[in-house]
Design a protein. Structure first.
Length: 86
């Protein structure tokens, strides 16, 4: 799989770190073990397009929003985190 970095161009996925669902809620606070368990282990696993957060760890160190189809790994879009245009 290749990711089109806005700064570095097309790069192998091995240069990136997958950080999960970009829409995931903020980490819960407090000491409630059940709430933390649900946050870590009970997540949706959709088949189809998903917005994800990736980090270009072996390149320009940019945070990227990637829209990827979880069935085919086809990447529909890549943008810098927080750089969305309305």
């Amino acid at each position: 799989m290749r990711i089109q970095c806005p700064y570095c161009g097309s790069r192998d996925v091995s240069e990136f770190s997958y950080l999960g669902d970009a829409a995931l809620a903020d980490r819960p606070t407090g000491e409630d073990v059940a709430v933390m368990h649900d946050y870590v282990y009970l997540r949706a696993n959709p088949a189809g397009a998903q917005n994800e957060l990736w980090y270009h760890s072996a390149g320009c160190r940019s945070w990227l929003d990637v829209t990827r189809d979880t069935r085919t790994h086809e990447i529909a879009s890549v943008s810098l985190r927080g750089a969305h245009v309305a």
